[in-house]
Structures are given as structure tokens and as C-alpha cells.
Design a protein around this ligand. Structure first.
Ligand SMILES: [Ca+2]
Ligand SMILES: [Ca+2]
Length: 500
């Protein structure tokens, strides 16, 4: 069993005095209270080459309420979940006409929270040709006025004549939910299993600072038997489509559960490559957004390690274990760790874990997280180096699996497109021919938009991107500070078409 807590240490006060170390300890949330917890920062890597091609921009549709996932359905239309709109919407990619496929008014969305209607995966059944939509959303298990939220995944059947999703069938219910770090990327794997990311719920930071972080806590046999999924925070799950536990899932700590990988913070990117390689990206705290290749049973290090185990600008300060002063008597700070809060350096964590294959915003311990020049907006996060990756789409695989035709974008078959929120940038991440190493990172375009997810067009020449309806983004000026809430295309689907 993994031990994620360490008793109070006398060195805590020493670390707390180092601004950069303390600054990076436990952060990355949404001090602004906007619709998503991913605030604002300068670019991680200004040395990256500019876009190689040019894209013509066309706004396809507007008025979506925080769209979260967009997919091209078998009928060629774009289907999008709307986190705060609490529905699934079909959009004609040419005309932009919108049809509501499914309303989920029972979904729970906490004011300014990251919960709501989130994940979506589409399956076309072999013989019957039925189209199924798997949808994840937050719901209330308390029959009274108190809201006790959990997450469920349901399967709906598509009626192409009425353009409706109907006949919900439970896949799994009772998963952790909360106002922060839901992650909630849902994918159907080439093995026919469902893969689902669940974030660490923002535990140990901001408003949730007294909740212990369970990203590395593994479920017990007793919990699995009782269908208690509390330990699924900070995990990637792998499920049979009926919700049962696949018999070839990893045995971790002596227990087989839905857990496929663990030690994650907030993984919103999840994409399969042509050989089944599973790519993921996740948001770091103040530093170290990660690109990971997910391997069965792997521990990905959070919250003990952020990015690489390099002791750079990050320590794990476990507020929930404060002693002798209990956590609820402390005031959370992004920059100062009280003496009573136990602190671990990354090198104190000696268990094996899987390092990322690439990071963004990895900085030295001398980085100034409190640079006043970047805070005129009152957004402390404006100077933090992270970029908030929010999705991952494998060009070769997703284009082919969705029945794409044509040449598309030459040379892109080993590429993934990555969206970012506070950085407002679409990235292209190229991998080596074996798919195992990042070979190049390119900025495709940067706008005053918080990009949430993408899909490719049928001919492979366009990227469709969806945007958040609100939230902070870096400013339009050359240094992109201060932060602003002035978004260019809030709640939209935008087409970016590669020009010849
Ligand atoms: Ca990691
Ligand atoms: Ca690190």
C-alpha cells in the first residue's frame, strides 16, 4: 500500500521561506472563481517554432454553454456535450444548425465549478448498426435539498429519424464528483473498453485544501466489493461497456478494480494511436503540464512528483495532514506553507513511477511566481508557467476511425493536436515513427480563446475546435499580460481549415 503522507517535518519552515518552492507547492486552481479552474499564464516555451501552415478561420456555431467534448458522429455531424448547458447538441458542420439530442436537467453543475455534462464517446455497433453515445455527468444522490454529487456514465441509443438520444442504460454510477478537477475525458479503446479520466478533485488546494489528495491511493478489496469508488480520484479507469471490471485490468496493491493508471492530477487529454498506444496530457499545478504515455498499472507520480523527479520549483505540501494545528484552522495560500503542514520534496518519493514523455512550464526553483508585473489584473496565476492542456486528438487514428477520406494534412499521421485553456493556443505535438517519443512541438495558432477540445473534418483538412464560454486568458499584448476575461469566440465551434 502506498503511503502518501509524511509526518510533520522540521524542514517545512525552511522550505516555506523559499518563495519559488512554496509558490509551487499546491496550486493550479481557479482563484478567480470563473467557469473553469484553469487560470492564466505566459507561454511555457517562447522558443517554439511558429505554425508551418496557415489556417482559414470560420465560426461554425455559437451559443453553446461551455462545450466540453466534440466528436464527429457516424452521420457526419458534430456532437458536443455542454457542461453548463446540461445537454448534448448536434451541430451541422456546414450550416451550423443546432439540434438538441439530449437534455440532462438533472445534471449537477456547481457555480463556477468543473462539474456538469462532460464526457462523450460514440460507438457504432457491428451488426445492428445502432449508434450508442456514452455520456458522463454529475448527478445528485441526496433526495433532499442538500446536493451530494457523484458522477455517472450512461449509454444512450441514437434515433437518427427523430435525432434524439434515448433509452439510458447505466454503465457505472457513484464515481467521485466535485467542483474542481473532474478531468472527464471518455474514450472507447480499440479493445472495445471504455477509458475514463477522473481528476484529483482539486483536493489539497484552494477551497478543497483540507481534503486529502487520493491520486495515489489505491482502492481496497472491501471498497471494490461494496462499489465504493472513493479511491478513483486522480485515476484513469478502464471499464467494460456494461460497467463491469475487465478481467485483464491490472492488479494493484493486490486488488483488481477499474483503475488502469494512477497518480494523476487533472488529465483532460486522452487519445489512442494506431498501435494502441494511449497518449494523455494533464495540467500541472504552477509548473509541469505533462504529456504521458499511459501503461497498464502505471503510477504517474502526482501529488508527490510534478513532471520529472527533479526537485525543481515543486514540493508536495500536504495541507490536509497539518499537525498539531488542524487544517481547518489554517488559511490556504498559494505562496506560503505553514510550519504545521508536512512537506515532501520530489526526491523524498522513492517508489518507481512513470515519468512524462514531455512537459510544459518546467522551471527552476528560482522562478518568481509572484512577479508583480504580471498581476495587475489580480490574477496571481498570470505568471505561472503552465499552459493548461485540455484535450488531445491523434490525427491519424481519429481521422481513420471516423471514416475520413482524402489526403488531409500531409505529414500529420504521427501528430496529436493539443488544446490549451489559459494559453489560448492549439499545439501540434509530433511523435517519432515508433510513437513513443515527442519529436517536435509546434504552435498552430494563438487566439483570445480558451480551447477545450477538437475534432477533425471528414476530409482531414480542418480542425474543429470548441471554446469555453467564460474564464481568464492571457492578454492580447506582446507579453500577453495582464489577464483578461475578454474572449473572442466564447462558447463556439470554430473551423480552422488548412490552406494549400
Ligand atoms: Ca506525472
Ligand atoms: Ca518535478
Amino acid at each position: 500500500m502506498h503511503r502518501i503522507l509524511r509526518g510533520p517535518v522540521t524542514t517545512a519552515v525552511v522550505l516555506a521561506l523559499g518563495a519559488s518552492l512554496t509558490g509551487a507547492a499546491v496550486t493550479g486552481g481557479d482563484p478567480s472563481g470563473t467557469s473553469d479552474s484553469d487560470a492564466v499564464s505566459p507561454p511555457a516555451d517562447t522558443s517554439m517554432p511558429p505554425a508551418s501552415g496557415t489556417f482559414a478561420k470560420r465560426v461554425v456555431a455559437t451559443g453553446l454553454n461551455n462545450p466540453y467534448e466534440v466528436l464527429r458522429a457516424p452521420d457526419g455531424a458534430l456532437w458536443a456535450t455542454e457542461k453548463t448547458g446540461k445537454k448534448v447538441t448536434r451541430v451541422d458542420p456546414k450550416s451550423g444548425a443546432k439540434t438538441t439530442l439530449l437534455s440532462l436537467p438533472q445534471a449537477v453543475h456547481t457555480e463556477a465549478g468543473q462539474d456538469g455534462v462532460l464526457g462523450l464517446a460514440i460507438e457504432k455497433a457491428g451488426k445492428s448498426g445502432e449508434v450508442y453515445a456514452y455520456i458522463s455527468y454529475s448527478y445528485d444522490i441526496d433526495p433532499g435539498p442538500v446536493v451530494q454529487a457523484r458522477t455517472k456514465i450512461e449509454r444512450y441509443t441514437y434515433d437518427p429519424d427523430r435525432k434524439r438520444l434515448h433509452s439510458p442504460k447505466a454503465v457505472i454510477a457513484g464515481l467521485p464528483s466535485g467542483n474542481d478537477h473532474q478531468s472527464a475525458r471518455l474514450r472507447l479503446g480499440p479493445d472495445g473498453k471504455l477509458y475514463y479520466t477522473i481528476g484529483d478533485q482539486g483536493a489539497n488546494q484552494l477551497g478543497n485544501y483540507c481534503k486529502p489528495n487520493y491520486a495515489m491511493r489505491l482502492p481496497t478489496a472491501h471498497e471494490v466489493q461494496g462499489r465504493d469508488w472513493i479511491a478513483y480520484q486522480g485515476k484513469t479507469l478502464r471499464l467494460n461497456t456494461d460497467g463491469s471490471i475487465p478481467s485483464d485490468n491490472p492488479v494493484l496493491g493486490g486488488v483488481r478494480s477499474h483503475v488502469y493508471t494512477y497518480g494523476h492530477r487533472n488529465a483532460q487529454g486522452l487519445a489512442f494511436g494506431p498501435d494502441g498506444t494511449l497518449y494523455s496530457n494533464e495540467m500541472g499545478p504552477k509548473t509541469d503540464d505533462e504529456i504521458n504515455i499511459l501503461r497498464k498499472g502505471g503510477n504517474y507520480g502526482w501529488p508527490n512528483v510534478s513532471g520529472y523527479r527533479d526537485d525543481k520549483a515543486y514540493v508536495y505540501a500536504n495541507w490536509s495532514a497539518s499537525w498539531p494545528t488542524p487544517c481547518d484552522e489554517l488559511t490556504f495560500s498559494n505562496f506560503e506553507i505553514p510550519e504545521t503542514v508536512p512537506v515532501q520534496e520530489e526526491s523524498d518519493f522513492t517508489e518507481s513511477f512513470v515519468e512524462p514523455v514531455h512537459t510544459f512550464g518546467t522551471v527552476g526553483s528560482d522562478f518568481d511566481f509572484e512577479d508583480p508585473a504580471c498581476q495587475p489584473s489580480g490574477e496571481a496565476a498570470v505568471c505561472w508557467p503552465t499552459i493548461a492542456p485540455s484535450s488531445f486528438e491523434h490525427y491519424g487514428t481519429s481521422r481513420k476511425s471516423a471514416g475520413a477520406t482524402g489526403e488531409g494534412m500531409p505529414g500529420w499521421d504521427n501528430s496529436l493536436v493539443m488544446t490549451t485553456l489559459k494559453d489560448g493556443t492549439l499545439y501540434r505535438v509530433d511523435f517519432t515513427d515508433d510513437g513513443q517519443r515527442v519529436s517536435k512541438v509546434t504552435k498552430l495558432l494563438t487566439e483570445q480563446n480558451r480551447f477545450r477540445d477538437t475534432e477533425f473534418s471528414a476530409d482531414g483538412k480542418s480542425i474543429f475546435a470548441i471554446t469555453n464560454s467564460a474564464g481568464y486568458i492571457r492578454g492580447p499584448g506582446p507579453d500577453r499580460a495582464p489577464a483578461t476575461t475578454g474572449l473572442e469566440n466564447p462558447g463556439a465551434i470554430i473551423e480552422y481549415r488548412l490552406q494549400d
